[in-house]
Design a protein around this ligand. Structure first.
Ligand code: PLP
Length: 394
């Protein structure tokens, strides 16, 4: 069987061969525990610190501002819980955008259940958080704001520098979940002004189970994992040195290739949009047309709203991997997407999106194959399509 056409890069990306080589080399080293004082320990420590410098470089941070975690999810948990527990006092409020990833939303929900006041920042119909909307949501005692850099379902990019300025003006800290954006668009924590930023290795052709939180120099957080005091006491646990070696190489590669890859992916992305506009009039793009990640598309299909999972499975049978909404929502398959509902979709239309996300290994041929297979799959599901109307999601 030939390799599937993999168009689900927002769920996870294939590790780059250079990443696999770095990790394999690391496993072959006589490296010890990075906390040990002997030569093997020092060798392991060097691997960790090289990776820290590489990740810092991607974000234009300094290495001391990078805290390694076991995932993007853990970085989000540390950001929210850490910033509210330390310095947040019992009353400092949290404000999160309505379409955040569950790593943020569920943490906010747990904090609310424990008594923390949480405000939800509305999102507009294009999938953007407007600075004026944030300003209207903030209260004098808001301690922390969390708005993602790029949405994981629709791919829209948020005006992070402006949002951060609004939060700071009102005396709140600003966290951004940049898990989908890191390695795909330029990120400079100083230019953006953010206090906290979460990233994850497996979204940028690195390994799964490795993440990082940027913590602005001078900002004190409370730990969420207690133990031997690694990672400045913020995240105790013996470091995953092979994973970190892979993360470091992945960030270097992403940075080197970003300009070229962005140009290539935008061409492929626009080819999909234009081709489907001609061949599949019932398909509509969800989310702002241009303010989006280079390789990220999300479509609805007029008249097939409840059938996204069937469509996904039809494409799967044709050897194409896409997702219905986000990878996390696949576990709650069939339910309405909280992201689309936040953008004003009714619960029926919020069930029907197909996410198509391109990556470094996506080829022209992959896109051609998908562009042949999708209209055929839609027509098989609904043979009479000529009377269907075009229903815009934005
Ligand atoms: N935040 C966003 C926006 C994501 O897309 C994801 C993964 O899908 C996460 C956080 C969680 O990252 P991880 O899979 O590393 O826990």
């Amino acid at each position: 069987m030939s390799a599937p056409v993999y168009l689900d890069n927002a769920a996870t990306t294939r590790p780059d061969p250079a990443v696999i080589a770095a990790m394999t080399a690391c496993w072959g080293l006589e490296a010890g525990n990075p906390s040990s004082l002997h030569a093997s320990g020092r060798m392991a420590r060097e691997v960790v610190e090289i990776a820290r410098a590489q990740v810092a470089n991607l974000l234009h941070a300094v290495p001391g501002e990078i805290v390694f975690t076991a995932s993007g999810t853990e970085a989000d948990n540390l950001a929210l819980r850490g910033a509210l527990t330390r310095g947040g006092g019992p009353t400092g409020r949290l404000a999160v955008a309505a379409f955040e990833h569950p790593a943020v939303l569920e943490t906010a929900r747990a904090l609310a259940a424990a008594g923390r006041a949480v405000d939800v920042i509305p999102v507009d119909a294009d999938g953007i958080v407007q600075p004026a909307t944030l300003a209207a949501t903030l209260r004098p005692d808001t301690r922390l704001v969390s708005v993602m850099t790029a949405n994981n379902v629709v791919g829209t990019l948020q005006p992070i520098a402006e949002l951060c300025a609004v939060a700071h003006e009102k005396g709140a800290l600003f966290h951004t979940d940049a898990v989908q954006a890191a390695g795909k668009i330029p990120l400079d924590v100083r230019e953006l002004g953010v206090d906290l930023m979460s990233v994850s290795a497996h979204k940028l052709h690195g390994p799964q189970g490795v993440g990082a939180l940027y913590v602005r120099d001078g900002l004190e957080l409370a730990p969420i994992v207690h133990g031997g005091g690694q990672e400045r006491g913020l995240r105790s646990a013996t470091e995953n040195i092979a994973g970190l070696a892979g993360f470091g190489v992945a960030t270097d590669l992403a940075q080197e290739e970003m300009g070229r890859e962005t140009a290539r992916l935008v061409v492929l992305r626009e080819r999909i949009v234009e081709s489907l506009a001609a061949s599949l009039p019932e398909a509509y793009l969800i989310g702002q047309r241009w303010q989006r990640l280079p390789g990220h598309l999300c479509f609805g299909f007029a008249g097939l709203e409840g059938d996204a999972i069937r469509l996904l499975l039809a494409l799967d049978a044709a050897g194409i991997a896409v997702s219905a909404g986000s990878a996390c929502s696949a576990r709650h398959a069939g339910g309405p997407s909280h992201v689309l509902q936040a953008m004003g979709f009714d619960p029926i239309r919020a069930r029907g999106s197909l996410r198509v996300t391109l990556g470094r290994f996506t080829t022209d041929e992959d896109v051609s194959y998908f562009l042949d297979a999708l209209p055929a799959a839609v027509r098989r599901m609904r043979p009479v399509t000529s009377s269907s109307s075009r229903a815009g999601g934005n």
